[in-house]
Each structure stands twice: as C-alpha cells, then as structure tokens.
Design a protein around this ligand. Structure first.
Ligand SMILES: [Zn+2]
Ligand SMILES: [Zn+2]
Length: 275
C-alpha cells in the first residue's frame, strides 16, 4: 500500500494550490491513501506562549472549514483514493490540557506531533537559531522529542531528523547524536508511538552526502532493530510534491527491512504492508 501521511493545505497560509490538486496528484501517482496534516494554529496556547511564538497554522475559524472541505472531497473521490483528516501539531511543553480542550469537539483520523522550536532556548523556528557549539540544542531537541512521545497526544512524531538538517554536529560528534537517536527510537517503542519517515529528511540526506547523511540510514537501521512502527509522508506544501521521492525512498526502506507502515482511522492504528 502506498500512503502519504503528511500533506499540508492552503489553510495554513504558507502551502500553495488547492486541496483538490493535492488529491489529484496523489491519484495520478498511484497513491492509495493520503492524510492531510495541516498545521494547527497556536490560538489555543496561553497568553504568554502566544506572545512569544510565531504562528504558521490555521486560524481558529478555518479548522471546521478545513475538515468540511476534506470531508466533501473524500466523498467525491471515494472510488479513486482514500482520504483521511489529520493535523500537524507543535509539541509545546505544558500546553497538553489546552490542546486537548481545543481539539475535543472534533474527530481526527491522525495527529502528528512536531518539535519546531525549543522554548527553553529560543522561541524561534529551529532554522533561525544560530548557536555553536550545538550541544545544548541537540540535548534539548531530543528531550522534547522524548516528551512528545511520552505525551500520548500524537500517533506519530514527525521528522525527528529535523535537527541535523539545521545544526552542525555537537562536540561529541556523530556518536553523541546516535545515542540521542537510540533513546528517542526506544522511547517511541516504549510509548507505542510511530516515528515518521519524512521525505524532506530523506531528500536532505541524499543531497548532503557527507557524514551526516549516514545518520538518516542509521535512523532507519535502528527503527528496524528496535522494532519501531512508522508513518511515512512527503510534508508536501505544493500539490506536485505529494508522494515526493517515493520512487527512491521506498526501495531504501525495503533495504532496511522496513516493510510495513501505519494508517489511521479515528485515531485507531492499522499496520499495512508498505509499497
Ligand atoms: Zn513540520
Ligand atoms: Zn509539515
């Protein structure tokens, strides 16, 4: 089964095209099931957090519109593709209850959590932080990733490889990152949460074929040996990027003996063969 479980939509304000175009691309590419996972806005956070964090998600009033539009298109295309509704949600420590409260009135098939900022160090997006050495950045990033796994708020955590796309290795070098990754993957297993294989991370590793690129493969190897479950997604912000790089990515996953992925209905997981 070919699935794409990380797709954005124009509702977040920084993705392009129309929802229907994302669906049409998925059909053209022979994808069997897609899940929209647009960014939830940060309107639900406390006043202090809201003031500090930039927002890149949906407006509060757009959330029901987003769900309704997907529900309509799901019906229209039901003979051609399976469509699921989801959200990508920033993991913000201490905001669990506010988040649960805000999502209470809706049903989502799938919620994926992400760490895009490290509030204890900076409220900026990771790509905008400049720091050297990077030791405390790596440590804090993986601390939050582990907390996100433990929170049970999400069915999967997105792009845990995000960190090395933006930061030089810490002073402990690659070994230090491997250790952090080992702990994170073990934490996913212990908390029965999936790890996302993100096509952007894979493409980054392909394009930066230096020492760091092995880390993506290292992550795949560990996912296999520790028996972690995965979700897979393109993180498309443009319709033509749905299922991006799958032709190369899927065979690589097979090489690492990753042969199943997870799909979700109303938050309930199903494990299906991959590819
Ligand atoms: Zn993300
Ligand atoms: Zn995303």
């Amino acid at each position: 089964m070919i699935v794409d479980y990380h797709i954005h939509s124009p509702y977040c304000g920084h993705a392009h095209g129309l929802i229907i175009q994302y669906i049409q691309t998925a059909i053209q590419k022979g994808i069997h099931e897609i899940c929209f996972t647009d960014h939830l806005g940060r309107y639900y956070l406390s006043k202090v957090q809201k003031k500090r964090l930039w927002d890149w998600g949906m407006n509060e009033r757009d959330l029901p519109r987003y769900l309704l539009e997907i529900a309509d298109l799901k019906e229209v295309f039901s003979n051609q593709i399976s469509i699921k509704t989801g959200l990508e949600i920033d993991f913000i420590e201490g905001a669990d209850e506010l988040l649960k409260g805000t999502l209470n009135e809706y049903t989502f098939d799938f919620k994926i959590g992400s760490v895009h900022c490290l509030p204890r160090i900076s409220w900026k997006h990771l790509s905008e932080i400049q720091e050297s050495p990077t030791d405390r950045i790596y440590k804090e990033y993986f601390r939050l990733v582990n907390e996100a796994f433990k929170s049970k708020l999400f069915q999967s955590i997105a792009h845990i490889d995000f960190i090395w796309r933006y930061f030089q290795m810490p002073s402990g070098g690659r070994n230090a990152v491997e250790e952090l990754l080992d702990n994170a993957i073990q934490s996913a297993v212990d908390n029965d949460c999936c790890i996302e294989i993100n096509a952007n991370g894979f493409m980054w590793s392909q394009a930066n074929a230096v020492d760091k690129d092995d880390l993506f493969c290292y992550m795949l190897e560990k996912i296999n040996t520790l028996g972690a479950k995965i979700t897979i997604g393109s993180d498309a912000h443009e319709p033509f990027l749905v299922g991006k790089s799958y032709q190369t990515l899927l065979p690589v996953l097979k090489q690492f003996n990753i042969t199943t992925t997870c799909i979700f209905t109303d938050g309930k997981r199903q494990i299906v063969p991959l590819g």
